[in-house]
Design a protein around this ligand. Structure first.
Ligand code: PLP
Length: 363
């Protein structure tokens, strides 16, 4: 049996009937945008995270764009962002009017640190984006001590925690994506901004509706970006399952360790105090592409992430660092990473098969 990189179907099977009922209820009500399902989801997600406000938006990219605007980023402001992340983390800065300034990451956690951020700060730096990469929370509380607003891009980290606090509650503002393959994924596009700050929340809420607070008068040039009622209803069914799904992912990560995966690749690292959400299980190997091809021949889903880091993407050329060797850890991780199968229902037998395939390829 082939083993896919993700399995977004199996965890859903037990929820199908309830989801059908909840979607049918939305259709009967006939309210599709900014209605009671979104209001309830916003309350429930805020409670889950332990924050005061959730603002549902159209996707995780809009969440970052609107979030940066709500944090006060203005045209020309610099925003520090890792280069080893999904493109949206930097694209959103440009769409908010800012200039991405790329920083390096820690080789073990693959996340930004106060040192990697500090290395690129200038008097024009307005904010920092800390990405919880692959589901491991970045040290956002330590970054806040640098004295700049921090936006936690928690798109990959729903269900993770750091020192007992949930990912999404670690910075001035955090953003989520509910893209279907995410740990908490809906049946289309969806996203959220979360914050404890009443003023930032109010501004974000206005910006997601064309910059208006009352739908009659328009204070800002904003966006048309809302999490719709059908997606909110689906997410309300899924949210109570999130912790159980993360436990399943953690069990799979433990199984990889116990099956001796470190004989074949360098496995991912989880620092003391962090509980990763294991959105992806990303190892490294000097010949990662060969292993990926070999695993695929054995019916095992594997792929590289961010092989071309953001500072070397064509659209980011105006923002690339001048020195070509400015981000050595990023370059190395981009070249050597490989993601292996991971999911809430990936059982020990599948993990053993993945490791056996790696053993066969490694000869
Ligand atoms: C780290 C990161 N940030 C932002 C996004 C953007 O989310 P979306 O696809 O919902 O716009 C994603 C996911 O796609 C992501 O992985």
């Amino acid at each position: 049996m082939p083993i896919g990189l993700f399995d977004t179907t199996t965890p859903m099977l037990a929820l199908q009937d309830e989801i059908r009922d909840r979607v049918a209820a939305v259709l009967e009500r006939g309210v599709y945008i900014l209605g009671p399902e979104l209001e309830a989801f916003e309350r429930e997600f805020a409670e889950y995270l332990g924050v005061r406000h959730t603002i549902g938006v159209g996707n995780g990219t809009d969440a970052i764009t609107i979030g940066l605007r709500a944090l006060g980023v203005r045209p020309g402001d610099e925003v520090v962002v890792p280069s080893f992340t999904f493109y949206a983390s930097a694209e959103a800065i440009v769409n908010a009017g800012g200039r991405p300034v790329f920083c390096d990451v820690d080789p073990d956690t693959r996340n930004v640190t106060p040192d990697t951020v500090q290395a690129v700060l200038t008097p024009r730096t307005k904010a920092v984006i800390s990405v919880d990469l692959f589901g491991l929370p970045a040290p956002s509380p330590a970054l806040r001590e640098l004295g700049l607003p921090v936006l936690e891009d928690a798109a990959q980290a729903a269900g993770a925690s750091l020192d007992g606090r949930r990912a999404g509650s670690l910075a001035d503002l955090a953003t989520f994506s509910f893209y279907p393959s995410k740990n908490l994924g809906c049946f289309g596009d969806g996203g959220a901004i979360v914050t404890d700050d009443d003023r930032i929340a109010e501004l974000a809420r206005a910006l997601r509706f064309h910059g208006s607070r009352d739908k009659q008068t328009f204070e800002y040039v904003g966006y048309n970006s809302r999490l719709d009622e059908i997606q909110a209803a689906i997410l309300r069914v899924m949210l109570p399952e999130l912790d159980g799904w993360c436990d399943g992912r953690r069990a799979a990560a433990r199984a990889y360790s116990e099956t001796g995966i470190d004989r074949y690749v360098m496995p991912p690292f989880e620092p003391v105090g962090a509980e990763a959400a294991w959105h992806l299980y990303v190892a490294t190997h000097p010949r990662a592409d060969e292993l990926i091809a070999g695993l695929r021949d054995h019916g095992v889903g594997a792929r590289a992430y961010y092989r071309t880091p953001l500072h070397r993407q064509a659209a980011m050329a105006p923002f690339a660092p001048v020195a070509s060797d400015a981000l050595p850890v990023t370059e190395e991780l981009a070249r050597t990473n490989l993601a292996l199968p991971m999911g809430p229902t990936l059982d020990d037998e599948c993990v053993r098969e993945v490791v056996a395939a790696l053993a066969a390829i490694s000869g």
